[in-house]
Write a protein that binds this ligand. Structure first.
Ligand code: PAF
Length: 275
């Protein structure tokens, strides 16, 4: 496995021919089983697999956890090596942003002014900009993203579609702990008591999905789930029933997803369930 830090090295290790069949898994490191699932899907694609590790300052607000975001590079490399990854691309901030990144990719406001975007202004512009740069640097045929970050997946799909990037975007089911908690690097911030409480987020989504299926109204389902979490001490940002394709308010008969974000102590968790 080659570990490269510059675009020139990347080009040497993923020459044009290889690159055109390459599958990319973009990550911010601190890899867990969920990331490794993405790598397995990328491997199944058959071409060379590149994994990027880059904690992207552009997608963190000043009040967020950029400085304390867990960085576990050596352990990450061991996991990726064991899975047979071909190239790890780990640029420094200076390589990714050699000058102030004043050119940015602004995804559709209808998709980014809502839900995560409403709570974290600028987040999706930061994500879209770095993902676009990674695509230009690696030039993958395929890129693999987790469905835990459901809105991020939709933002990347819209970007690729509208900018004709020609990268196939593959979404992978969320990996979960045995008690149902979605795997996330931020789970490491939870105290023991919070970790015991955290699966309640998934349970509330499962209850909400069951209620929807039995005909309860969308408004009722959202209010019940948010109320149940708040009653357990969570600070709820949103529980929302949306249509899967673009996270807009659903019309009757459309495929649904329930998305939720809530804080447990100082840690903000997100999850979703397709209905
Ligand atoms: O989901 C993530 O880890 C990040 O948002 C991504 C896609 C690697 C962009 O920095």
């Amino acid at each position: 496995m080659d570990v490269v830090r510059t675009v020139a090295d990347l080009r040497r290790h993923l020459p044009q021919g290889a690159s055109s069949s390459c599958a990319l898994v973009p990550t911010m490191g601190n890899l867990h089983e969920g990331h490794l699932d993405l790598v397995r899907v990328a491997k199944a694609h058959g071409g060379p697999v590149a994994v990027s590790i880059f904690v992207n300052p552009l997608q963190f607000a000043p009040s967020e956890d950029f400085d304390r975001y867990p960085r576990t590079f050596e352990a990450d490399l061991a996991k990726l090596g064991a899975l047979g990854v071909d190239v790890v691309y780990a640029p420094t901030v200076a390589v990714m942003y050699p000058e102030p990144q004043t050119v940015r990719v602004v995804p559709p406001p209808a998709l980014t002014d809502i839900l995560e975007g409403a709570v974290r202004p600028g987040f999706f512009t930061g994500v879209a900009t770095v993902v676009a740069k990674l695509f230009l640097m690696v030039r993958p045929a395929v890129a693999v993203f987790g469905k835990k970050d459901y809105q991020q997946l939709r933002v990347v799909e819209a970007m690729v579609r509208q900018l004709s990037m020609g990268v196939e975007i593959v979404g992978v089911e969320t990996a979960r702990a045995d008690d149902g908690l979605a795997l996330s690097s931020r789970n490491g911030y939870l105290t023991e008591a919070e970790r015991a409480e955290a699966p309640a987020l998934r349970r509330s989504l499962a209850t909400a999905a069951a209620s929807l299926r039995t005909g309860e109204s969308i408004g009722g389902v959202e209010a019940d789930a948010a109320g149940a979490l708040a009653g357990r001490g969570w600070q709820v940002d949103y529980v929302a029933v949306r249509r899967r394709s673009d996270l807009a308010a659903p019309q009757p008969g459309e495929a649904l997803v329930i998305v939720a974000a809530a804080k447990l102590g100082a840690t903000r968790l997100i999850d979703n369930i397709e209905v």
